[in-house]
Design a protein. Structure first.
Length: 57
């Protein structure tokens, strides 16, 4: 049970919530562009995750 609480505590951090929100909105926007599939979107956005903590990105 304590592991569940620890996981929820990590998920409730502001930077994790912000990354989830930005990723969701970015996925919708990039998904609406014709000709840009999931692999291209991941390749474009992957460098943005290099500076994040492992829990966030």
């Amino acid at each position: 049970m304590e592991n569940l609480y620890a996981g929820l505590e990590m998920l409730a951090r502001w930077d994790v919530v912000l990354a989830l929100f930005v990723g969701s909105i970015g996925g919708v926007i990039i998904g609406a562009i014709p000709g840009v599939g999931p692999a291209v979107a991941i390749a474009i956005l992957l460098p943005a995750t290099f500076s994040l903590d492992p829990i966030v990105g």
